[in-house]
Write a protein that binds this ligand. Sequence first.
Ligand code: KGT
Length: 292
Amino acid sequence: MMDSKLLAIVQLCATNDIEANFRNCASLIHQAVVQGARFVSLPECFEYIGATPKDALSIAQPLDGPLFSRYRELAVKEQVWLSLAGFHERGPDDAHIYNSQVVVDPRGSIVAVYRKLHLFDVDIQDGRISESETTLPGNEMVLVCDTPIGNVGLTTCYDIRFPELYTCLAASGADVILVPSAFFPSTGEAHWEVLLRARAIENQVYIAAAAQVGKHNEKRTSFGHSMIVDPWGSIMGQLYTIENGCCVCHLDRQTIDQVRRAIPKWKHRRGDIYGEWNYHHVTLRRTTTSGG
Ligand SMILES: O=C(O)CNC(=O)[C@H](CS)NC(=O)CCC(=O)C(=O)O
């Protein structure tokens, strides 16, 4: 039997050219599908990276607007599941957007919307960054159930630094957790791989991180190194600093079960000592299609 390759992560370098970004995403999604992907995860800000945060406000559209509709049509055309992350979703007022990860099924229906919970307000070597100046945080954890790659937890970029979120998603039944990103070079070099592998090991789930790479404009560069990590913490596939590529991997439930039999840490947790996290507040999005 042929090994089916179900999950693809895409790596690309978005700019402020919305048309060029669309063509590039369409071509990369097609490439992934040709290689056997049934679920394709795009990096944060797949559709646009502007020169300044204010530029993003001017291009933001609602999810039922024309731009997002074109991406939904891609899912139908390619008969594939898509995670479209870091879409600049128009917010409640002209001064704010949401950083939204949207899962679309092969019928083109929106199955789930996850709005980034943790906003990147920091002072690092790459500069002083204040995502919250233009972006409002979401308020819920989201798990998409019963896709062709299993139960999919949704997180975005800076979220990777908050292990509680991952443990809540894993405890709620996630098989794989997506971390679409646009990481900065300085923190990417120091932290990216360690954080991704740690989240996979401690939660015994697959971690799939599609990332932006390269120079978007004069002021902004991203780290790249998209990767899929298995529940043992091994890197199954990675894209280093390749511009415009995808990486396709087969995920299976047996590997998760095997790792959990070997190290049954879920039975060993001492929630009675250090407290239980908010496990029961994960929003489950059940899918209505069989997954195509
Ligand atoms: O700004 C946009 O256009 C969209 N948003 C992003 O790219 C976000 C916020 S600036 N990037 C991150 O969260 C990087 C996190 C990171 O690099 C780390 O945690 O070290």
